[in-house]
Design a protein around this ligand. Structure first.
Ligand code: OAD
Length: 250
């Protein structure tokens, strides 16, 4: 449990910063019952994501990939934003959060009310045709594996292993990371590239980098200035309340 002093330190840093952004990973959605990639529990104990969510598995054996995807998408459809997502939405309303760059595909930041979200690894609320690029809403999913009107295979509009990051998301994220003066790095193991380079870009540009995580990561104390150790859903609401007390400097 982080001390009141650590929470206040983060609140003071956020209050005095002019360009705050958040970079989030699977850990922020754990309290919405979506399993993280690394660590215990959930879907990934039964399905190795680097096998089932690899683009070559998807192309060669779509039934196999879709077995895992159907289960994952069912979870995502039902999931609701938790207090960590809601705290970031509040920070945006307070005009203290410029944008969120998320590695998650669960759409929970948008469901929480954030309007400026960069989906670094895509967003599972859409399905995209591998042949004609036509998009469908996840809610319209009927058959498994789903097919486009053109009969080609549909794939969730997310970045699979072996696929590049969408160029626009990559460019915008690098630009935001390079221009921010404070980055909140929340619930990510910070090991998957190129996402993991974003805190480094921010640090090199002179930003304060604050991590919120259950445990230290490879960037703790090297790229990040400090770590607030705890659950995002408990830490972030406390930080946002403390920002209100410190006062908001625009
Ligand atoms: P990981 O599963 O690698 O890391 C989750 C992190 O969240 C770990 O550092 C945990 O300690 C932390 N964590 C867990 N529960 C938490 C909680 N309640 N509060 C705060 N922190 C918590 O997930 P990512 O770093 O997001 O890529 O993984 C990055 C990418 O690897 C994913 O986007 C995915 C995967 O391969 C693709 O799908 C392309």
């Amino acid at each position: 449990m982080p001390t009141e002093e650590t929470i206040k330190r983060a609140a003071r840093d956020i209050a005095k910063a002019k360009r705050v952004i958040a970079f989030t990973g699977a850990g922020i959605s754990v309290e919405s019952e979506i399993a993280p990639f690394r660590g215990k529990g959930g879907l990934w104990e039964r399905y190795n994501p680097e096998e089932y969510a690899h683009i070559s598995t998807f192309r060669n054996n779509p039934e196999k990939s879709w077995q895992m995807l159907a289960e994952m998408l069912e979870h995502i459809k039902k999931a609701k934003p938790n207090p960590a997502h809601l705290a970031l939405a509040e920070l945006e309303k307070m005009r203290k959060l410029r944008c969120i760059i998320t590695q998650n595909v669960d759409n929970l930041h948008q469901k929480a009310g954030n309007t400026s979200v960069i989906d670094f690894h895509g967003n599972a609320r859409w399905l995209v045709c591998l042949e004609c690029d036509r998009k469908y809403k996840l809610d319209d999913l009927e058959e498994i594996p789903p097919r486009c009107e053109c009969r080609a295979l549909l794939k969730p509009d997310v970045v699979f292993f072996g696929e590049p990051i969408p160029i626009d998301a990559l460019r915008r994220s690098q630009e935001e990371a390079g221009k921010c003066d404070l980055m909140l790095v929340i619930g990510t193991s910070a090991v998957i590239q190129p996402a993991a380079s974003l805190p480094i870009i921010a640090k090199r540009a002179g930003a304060t980098v604050i991590e919120i995580n259950l445990e230290p990561t490879p960037i703790t104390g090297i790229v990040s200035d400090y770590l607030i150790e705890g659950k995002a859903g408990e830490v972030l609401p406390r930080v946002v309340e403390a920002v209100k007390k410190v006062g908001i400097r625009e």
